[in-house]
Design a protein around this ligand. Structure first.
Ligand code: GLY
Ligand code: MN
Ligand code: MN
Length: 428
């Protein structure tokens, strides 16, 4: 989409969320709302701060993920006001904003102080943000009912948000292609991460979440958090789960690649990818997301049988006996937006057998979700299974061979449309 068209959509987005916020404020008896972008806390006993990424509602309005100590005032029937923190400071930069049409809709004022603005005529005021940052600010702090309703305003994405998420996908896919090349060239996890950053033009601290880049057995650690600097003599597998933030909006994409001599593992990736595509095909209005999660377990059971990892047990028993939960212990996905695990996914708790499922709603047009089935060889889950009564149904020699490949996850980002879905990750 041409940049001008995107900027025009942003104005529509702001008009729409002004309406949504006004309704939410009225429903909870507030006249106005002050939103704090937040600030990175300092590490204990140190003069260095943690990496900063702004508060969700602030990003919903501005997309400015890296701006600390800003404040945004929303009032019914008035232009929003943004106090942009621009200190006189010879230690740090205060980059000015690129001039864009959204600044006709929001009154942007420069502020040299990190403190909340002093407000007049704000009526009954709610103040939301990190409790440490809003402490002592006049107004009702983080009213729970209002917060829940504001989360709800983020569930159905506007066209602007969808285009930002699509662009975040395009940018991340450049990184995934470079990461795959680096893996096939024998690079270390660290080297693959550098290739990803170079191709996406995004430094680690600005990514929507820490990239997960696991070679071999590390691919089976769901949120593996280190980068080994040593190349692996025989790279058997790469799992990379990495995204990009674009104008505040996140992508969250996972790809798994088999090493050159890993026929079994490559076949398993193919099988999981076929399942992932079938699950993506289920994304449509009125579908219960929990059903997609349940279908994943059935699909994993079928895959375990077809590949000979489990035998002499029918697929239903493979699920009911809890075997699929050993190979696929997480949820099938979540909402995606200005936060990688976007808000409002669980108005009802997940089913007891799926405690990690982050989304339990029926799908509606405008929702953006991930679909991310996985199949892993995780020693702490597998070993008790193999040692127990069900161990007899598992192909222990094959599992032993595949353990060193760690695991597989394949993750796309989809928008629910009026009659189905749009897969932002695969539309190129
Ligand atoms: N990257 C974290 C997740 O996929 O949910
Ligand atoms: Mn992910
Ligand atoms: Mn995800």
């Amino acid at each position: 989409m041409p940049h001008d068209a995107l900027l025009a959509l942003q104005t529509d987005h702001l008009k729409e969320i002004q309406l949504r916020y006004e309704l939410a404020l009225a429903a909870h008896g507030f006249d106005s709302l002050l939103i704090a972008s937040g600030a990175a806390p300092y590490r204990y006993g140190d003069d260095q701060a943690w990496h900063f990424q702004g508060y969700g509602p602030f990003l919903h309005w501005t997309g400015l993920a890296g701006r600390e100590h800003c404040w945004l005032l929303i009032r019914a029937g008035h232009k929003p006001v943004l106090w942009l923190f621009e200190p006189v400071d010879f230690w740090h930069a205060s980059p000015s904003l690129t001039e864009e049409p959204w600044q006709d809709f929001i009154d942007v004022r420069s502020s040299a102080s990190p403190k909340a603005p002093v407000l007049e005529h704000s009526g009954k005021l709610a103040v939301i943000g990190d409790p440490v940052v809003i402490e002592g600010v006049t107004g009702e702090a983080n009213p729970e009912g209002l917060l829940r309703e504001l989360d709800e305003t983020r569930v159905r994405k506007t066209q602007y948000e969808i285009e930002c998420l699509a662009q975040a996908n395009r940018l991340a896919l450049n990184g995934h292609a470079a990461a795959r090349e680096a893996f096939l060239d024998g690079e270390s996890e660290f080297g693959i991460n550098l290739a990803y950053q170079q191709a996406t033009g995004q430094r680690e601290a600005d990514a929507p979440y820490p990239s997960i880049i696991g070679l071999n057995e590390h691919a089976g650690i769901l949120h593996y958090q280190y980068f080994d600097t040593r190349p692996r003599g025989q790279p058997r597998s790469l799992l990379i789960d990495a995204g990009v933030r674009f104008r505040g909006y996140c992508s969250d994409i996972t790809r798994t690649t088999a090493g050159p001599y890993e026929e079994h593992f490559a076949a398993l990736i193919q099988g999981l990818e076929r399942l992932q595509l079938r699950l993506c095909g289920m994304v449509a209005p009125d579908v219960d997301y929990i059903d997609i999660h349940r279908k994943t377990h059935q699909g994993i059971a079928a895959l375990l049988s077809a590949t000979g990892l489990v035998s002499n047990l029918d697929d239903r028993d493979i699920v009911e006996q809890g075997i699929t939960r050993v190979f696929f212990p997480h949820g099938i996905g979540h909402f995606l937006g200005v936060q990688v695990h976007d808000v409002a996914g669980k108005p009802t708790p997940p089913p007891e057998d799926s405690p990690f499922l982050r989304l339990t709603r029926r799908l509606e047009p405008g929702m953006v979700v991930t679909i991310e089935p996985g199949l892993y060889f995780i020693p702490s889950l597998l070993d008790p299974l193999l040692a127990g009564e069900l161990g007899q149904y598992l192909n222990q020699p094959l599992i032993s061979r595949l353990r060193g490949c760690g695991g597989i996850r394949i993750e796309d980002n989809l928008v629910v449309t009026e009659d189905g879905s749009r897969n932002l990750t695969r539309e190129l």
